[in-house]
Design a protein. Sequence first.
Length: 168
Amino acid sequence: MEYRVTIGAFDRNEFEGPISRIADRSTKNNEKEKWFKEIALRILKKNGFPKLVDGREVSRRQGVPFDLVEKGNDGLSLIEMKGSQYTFNYSKEIQSARLHHVVSELRKRNVIPRIFLLQINLQYDLYQILDSEFYSRILTRIDTKRVGRDIPFIPIVDDLIAWMADKR
């Protein structure tokens, strides 16, 4: 099984503010995601994702297994973002399993989302966007009957469906 990867570099000067906040030792890890998200939004818009929304705005539920969402002409896209100062990070098994449960439930409701992983590496000013086939490969190796069911995922799917139906 093959999957598509979009690889690119970004201009560090364009993101001077967010990068300095991420690098600041006083910035807590949970605060860094906000600054990585600012970088991610601009990278994704340059790569064909013009109408992105923060995943937490769509569903304020606990355990939302994606960071960004887009409803466009191509349908629904769910995007997980992993930012790092020094490497490319991946989702942990539990988060991937939760994403599998959300996607499976969406498919039961005739919504076929595209899934992407955006990895940002600040050390080399690089990013990678891995497409849905990457997750297909990962999810075939996770015991989804056992993992990721402790936090309800149906309300997240209900929120996504309602948001997609909203014409605003």
